[in-house]
Structure formats: C-alpha cells, structure tokens
Design a binder for this molecule. Sequence first.
Ligand code: URA
Ligand code: SF4
Length: 194
Amino acid sequence: MCNLEELKQVVLSCSKCPLHPTRNNAVFGNGNSNAEIMLIAEAPGFYEDKSGIVFQGKSGELLDKILAACGFNRNDHVYISNIVKCRPPNNREPNDAEKKACLPYLYEQIEIIDPKIIILLGATALKGLINPNAKITKVRGQWIDWKDRLVMPTYHPSALLRNQNLKRPVWEDFKKVVAKYREMIDPDHYSAHC
Ligand code: URA
Ligand code: SF4
C-alpha cells in the first residue's frame, strides 16, 4: 500500500480508461485524510474537472450547508471522493468499464484514510461500492456493515436540487450520522441543529 499522496500522483496521470483524454483534471479527493467520515459521490462534473477539486458549484454549496448543519466542515471532519476520478463527457453516468477501472483507487483510498463511517451520496456510489442491484430509494437511511465500516446511503445533493421532497429524508439520514459520530468518535460533538 502506498501513501495517499503517492496514490494521488498515480491517479492524476492515470490513463487506464477512456475518460482520460477528455478530462482537464483528474479529481482525486479533498478533505482531511485522517477524517473518520468519508463521503463518496459519483464523478467530477464541469467545475470539478476545471478545478481538480470535488464538489464545486451548486451541489457543492448544498453539501457544505448540510455538513454545516451537522457541525461538520470539509477541512476537518470529512474526506470526499467519487466512484470515478475523471469527468464523463456531458456528465453522463460512468459506465461499467470505467467504474471497474477506477474503483481500485477508491478501495485504496478507503484503506489509507480508514474512516469508521462512509456516506454514499446517490445511486452510483451505492451501486459502485456495495451492490450493483441495490436501490437507493429502498436502502437509504439504513446502516450497512461493510468491511468493518458503517455505511450510510443517502441521496446525492444534485437530486435534492431537483426535488425538494428529498430534503427531509436526507436530513434524517445525516442526523443518524451525527448520532453515530457522537457514539463512536466524539461524544462532545456540537451541532446547532441535531
Ligand atoms: N461533484 C463531485 O465531485 N461529485 C459529484 O458526484 C458531484 C459533484
Ligand atoms: Fe484512470 Fe479513473 Fe480517470 Fe479512468 S476515471 S482515467 S481509471 S483515474
């Protein structure tokens, strides 16, 4: 196993799948590499590809708000990455071959960062990491035991931007994460809202 910085350098110059020629930047992941919470989403979009940083733009703003309501922030409490590290053209979903090529990087990231809690944002993250047949509408909000880690699937922030009705279930799911964080990591964790 290499360290996170070495792995990042491998990813930044990776050409293992057909997403590489159209990318501007591979987006490895950002946050605290010692965090006990890891968030995993789908793939970089337009702004992430331009900047090389995860969750820019509107869904990034919304994610920051959700984290803040939980008393978390990107720099201290979480590490964020995606199922694939390069932007699929026109933001289409990554296909099976692309996911298969890229997933070993995510597995290695998880091993190195070693979070106790993993939050999966959306169907692609759920299917990619846990089970290709799992349905996000069925399993969201329920803890999954996965390789000695606790995994909480919930909806992707971009789904919330399209459908306000998803706000409440996502908030319920994040409240469970805060409760678990207090139970397992920091009993004194402060959050204004839960
Ligand atoms: N930004 C990311 O980094 N990943 C997503 O899935 C969406 C926005
Ligand atoms: Fe490599 Fe992953 Fe980018 Fe494909 S998506 S080129 S496997 S880093």
